[in-house]
Ligand binder design. Structure first.
Ligand code: FSX
Length: 361
């Protein structure tokens, strides 16, 4: 296989018909909220496109983002890697290691200067010069700056890369920051979620390849087609919310009947993502369909906002409030620090409520 081959040549060699390409283009048009007529243009654009060089960097994260991508059904990861992109560097998926891996990254940067896309998962450690997260003897901070310098665009996948995520949670011992705080001279697209939806990552990369430009982005630099509506707006349990039919606990009659999970802490009204429509594992289900409220993982300050099982509308002293894995009910840690943390959380919930109210009015 030659990297200079067009995608059409590669597809033809793999026995992928024009009809199958059009079918995928129709799916992509739907995911990216484009008019149905755009499908033909996408199919033609994809067929003419050359494979996009992609360098994938992993920093402070749990590898959930890559795990999620490997469950992409449209296109499948195999299609994405072998047909549509040239994945020139990915620490988890590449066969080579050590000096050979670094050489592959540097070669891709040299040969595709100004044209390659950098995908980042994980947040960037900045405290003490970034020494708390290193790879091949270099800090993540150095590798990001070096790799992004001549990139066409940068895609932050996962809430860690997009907004700091779990590593950024209080007390943030490594000084973790999102990619957009380091890379300020070129576009950074955020595909948030902990982890992000596979098709959202794959669809955004495919959009870039097809159209050679960024999709429409929201105020947090996320593709509007995927993050334009709240989970609540697209949720199949929404009619129960509108009728005031709520589960009061996870094992009551309401829960068994599939009523709205708002009162057991669902953050769907203030969380923007396509979980309720694209779903997971090839469209099988998503957390709310499986009986668990949305945790709000695709929004900034996920973790520090906490209160996963506390209703958005309730007092913040709800005994089930959890922040960053630590139970804060009754505030285990006394003193001023705990008080300030609590005030911060209360402010965050008020902001979330105001945001939802503003959106509704
Ligand atoms: Fe973060 Fe991703 Fe959550 Fe994990 O790479 S968004 S902790 S699913 O793995 O970065």
């Amino acid at each position: 296989m030659n990297d200079r081959d067009g995608i059409a040549d590669l597809l033809a060699r793999r026995g992928v018909s024009r009809r199958a390409l059009l079918k995928y283009a129709t799916y992509l048009a739907t995911v990216m909220a484009l008019p149905p007529l755009a499908a033909r243009a996408i199919a033609q654009g994809l067929a003419k496109a050359r494979r996009q060089s992609v360098i994938w960097l992993s920093f402070q994260e749990c590898t959930g983002c890559t795990e999620s991508l490997t469950r992409s059904f449209n296109p499948t990861l195999e299609d994405l890697i072998f047909d549509m992109i040239s994945l020139d560097y990915h620490e988890t998926l590449q066969a080579v290691s050590g000096a050979a891996a670094e050489a592959a990254r540097l070669a891709a940067m040299r040969e595709n200067r100004g044209k390659y896309v950098v995908v980042v998962d994980g947040s960037v450690a900045t405290k003490d010069g970034g020494v708390y997260s290193t790879n091949a003897g270099k800090t993540n901070l150095e590798v990001l700056k070096e790799t992004a310098e001549h990139a066409l665009a940068v895609i932050s996948v996962g809430t860690c890369a997009a907004f700091g995520g779990l590593p950024h949670a209080h007390p943030n011992p490594t000084g973790a920051v999102p990619v957009s705080q380091i890379i300020t001279d070129k576009p950074v697209i955020n595909i948030s979620g902990c982890p992000p939806i596979a098709e959202a990552m794959a669809g955004t990369i495919a959009y870039l390849i097809t159209f050679g430009k960024l999709p429409d982005l929201d105020h947090l630099s996320r593709p509007k087609s995927i993050f334009g509506d709240s989970i609540h707006d697209r949720c199949y349990r929404r009619p129960f919310y509108d009728k005031g039919m709520f589960a009061k606990s996870f094992d009551d009659e309401g829960a068994r009947k599939g009523w709205c999970l708002y009162e057991v802490g669902c953050k769907g009204p203030v969380t923007y993502n396509a979980c309720a429509t694209l779903k997971w594992n090839g469209g099988v289900s998503f957390p709310i369909q499986s009986g668990h409220g949305c945790l709000g993982c695709s929004e900034p300050d996920f973790w520090d906002n906490g209160g996963f099982y506390r209703p958005l509308s309730s007092s913040t002293s709800h005994p089930g409030a959890v922040v960053g894995g630590a139970v804060v009910a009754g505030i285990a840690v006394g003193g001023l620090g705990a008080l300030l943390a609590r005030q911060r959380r209360e402010r965050a919930v008020r902001d979330l409520e105001a945001k939802e109210q503003e959106r509704r009015s």
